[in-house]
Design a protein around this ligand. Sequence first.
Ligand code: SF4
Length: 340
Amino acid sequence: MEDNILEVKGLKQYFPIRGGVFQRTVGHVKAVDGVSFNIKRGETLGVVGESGCGKSTLGRSIMRLYKMTAGQVLFNGEDFSKLSKKELRKKRLEMQMVFQDPYSSLNPRMTVGQIIGEALTDHKMGNREEVRKKVKETMELCGLPQYYINRYPHEFSGGQRQRIGIARSLAVDPSFVICDEPVSALDVSIQAQIINLLSDLQKQKHLSYMFISHDLSVVEYISDRVAVMYLGNIVEMAPKEELYKNPLHPYTKALLSAIPIPDPKATRNRIILSGDLPSPANPPSGCKFRTRCPIACEKCAQSVPEYRNIGNNHYIACHLVGAQDASAESKPQTNENATL
Ligand code: SF4
């Protein structure tokens, strides 16, 4: 569909586990296991989930930083998964990524000007003066004074470094940006500045974002729609207002119950999730969430729940949601002190 800037269909990203004398493949880590969604032009899709759920791998697979195992990625209607290396290099200019760690993602030997202008120079997008002019314009856009152009990354704070990272991504005028935990390594006060900067840039440059984060408050602020991932699959996806007001999947409910309320008098019952995230190399049968789900039933171990639209653009993968007797059965255990 023309309206979509990105369509992901059945994306799988498996990594081989090698063992034995001959280092044969003895299994696979199923980091992303059949994920489908779309992102509209100008939209922000938030992707949330615990550490290890596959959200960052999903972003990197879309960028084709890994060779995907199966599935399709259509970018502006073009099959991104079938491009040659040369075509991919060119196309990647339209799809950029902002990384989590502003300390390790910038080359300490390069000046700010060289970092931001690197892709422009590599792709011969102008002569020296033109590149320098574009770098300065992008710096201004990202709230960096132009006189920083000859300084090195170690001279900057975390927030400023992330601004440099954002400027590097935007210098080539992309239409789609994958933001992989862009504020997780920053102080809370700086987080707000970077989120506001990303929002402003989106309006000015008509960008579409995929915003990956484990912080549901941040995702709520910036996203139009939110996808919740668990062990390589999207278990629930809905417009932001719908998901935060009416979460249906037990995992989403548990995640939302752990968001702190900024009122010392207010209380919230937290939902217990027992155990750790199972290994993606050996996920549970049926519903992958069943080993931690407070309302799991027999059927959950036997069959994989269908990922379906239950109305209002609200997608969910759970046997019990929508079933007549689900509400009677679904009484989650609660505990004030429980954590995820
Ligand atoms: Fe829980 Fe079963 Fe629904 Fe999975 S399918 S979330 S185990 S109730």
